[in-house]
Write a protein of this length. Sequence first.
Length: 94
Amino acid sequence: MILDDPRTEPQRRVGGGWIGGLVLANLGLYMAFLTPIQVLLAEQIDDLTSSGKEVALGWATGAGALVAVIANPVAGAGRASKRRVLPGACSPRA
């Protein structure tokens, strides 16, 4: 069996069924991971404070998002990862 070089561009387009299945799989994965976290976080904040629950939940999720925005690129650019930060990778191509 001869395998294509993984660095080459794909030679044929995938079908709509494959894309639809991928979308549904991602939706199911996110629902399975994030729904229990959001419910449990709201219940834990309710136990901590009875007034201002919405504000406390907003601060908790906002702080978590800020930590993720900072920590993910730092962790992804380490020596052990395969991800490399390329200069000009975010700039539009001419």
